[in-house]
Design a protein around this ligand. Sequence first.
Ligand code: PXP
Length: 256
Amino acid sequence: MKRQRVRLGVNIDHVATVRNARGGAHPDPARAADAALAAGADGITAHLREDRRHITDADIDVLTALCRRADKPLNFEMAVTEEMLAIALRHTPHAACLVPERREEVTTEGGLAVAGHEARIAPVVKALSDAGIRVSLFIEPSEDQVEAAAAVGAQVVEFHTGRYCLLGDPAEREAEFERLAAAAAQADILGLEVHAGHGLNYATAGSILAIPEIVELNIGHFLIGEAVFVGLDAAIRRMRAAMDEASFGATSGAGS
Ligand code: PXP
């Protein structure tokens, strides 16, 4: 299989986290989205959490318009709730990624339980798809979740790479990689597009791309953290280079 250039979606939630720490307007997530696109991001991801701890409704208004103007995809991460569905249908972003949400969690700690909850999730997938929104489900790399994702009519699965990124033991890490690779192959056979994200840095974004079915990575926390030291533009360009090097080798570049 010839490797295609893997898309990089930049999650700008944590620009809003820093802004909200002081309650003002700085730093502005929309400015970060602009800068990310200028640095080569293929799209912007933002998670409107139910508690609005980082991204706000006003941010989604601005980001929708900004991405539309730039002709770049906005990936709207949302919990499976009536409120979020109504917001998504009002904005009709390019994509919606359904994620689990628990108020007490620090971040999205696991994948969405699709298996066993098909009756609740399928109508939301259908409503979004009917509005022309590409639907992705953020799931664990397990056979039952992939099967359920296909059964409820999703077009995309995004595999949660948090566990892979955190594991220190090489054998455990290899086992998790194999789990991700097997789930990606299964998803591809079922006609699902494969994305991955959570906890990725330069090294893990590169190593995960040994899985050939992955066509998009969504990365936030590491890039925003790195931006403190090197700037957002440099962090994104270095991530782009790490992804291209993993896909095409050090010298051949993305265009080959
Ligand atoms: N993909 C999804 C579905 C997520 O929920 C998140 C975190 O908000 C990410 C990707 C990005 O994860 P990180 O911020 O750890 O790079």
